[in-house]
Design a binder for this molecule. Structure first.
Ligand SMILES: [Zn+2]
Length: 97
């Protein structure tokens, strides 16, 4: 293992990736990758994707289980109250003619 030495500021950066790698997604490029792939570049923990300006774990780069992505499996209590189930949808005409 040849782990590159990281500067002290990298280790103390509040946006450094977690020690335990997890799947993350970048807000800028939408790519998903392991948090261990986030690179320390120009004084920021940056998205490893070429040409992407995303930077910072929990800033531009969020774990896939973050509520930020509106997780499909989570039932968020803030949603659903205004949802009107009686509202008819387009494209569903009665077929008993
Ligand atoms: Zn990115």
């Amino acid at each position: 293992m040849t782990e590159p030495e990281l500067p002290k500021e990298a280790m103390e950066d509040p946006f450094r990736p977690p020690e335990e790698p997890c799947m993350v997604r970048c807000l800028h490029c939408g790519q998903e990758y392991l948090s261990s792939q986030i690179v320390w570049r120009d004084g920021f923990w940056s998205c490893p994707v070429e040409g992407c300006g995303g930077a910072g774990y929990q800033f531009d780069i969020h774990p896939l289980d973050s509520s930020l992505w509106g997780g499909e499996e989570e039932d968020d209590e803030d949603f659903g109250e205004d949802y009107n189930e009686d509202e008819p949808f387009f494209g569903a005409p009665p077929s008993n003619n």
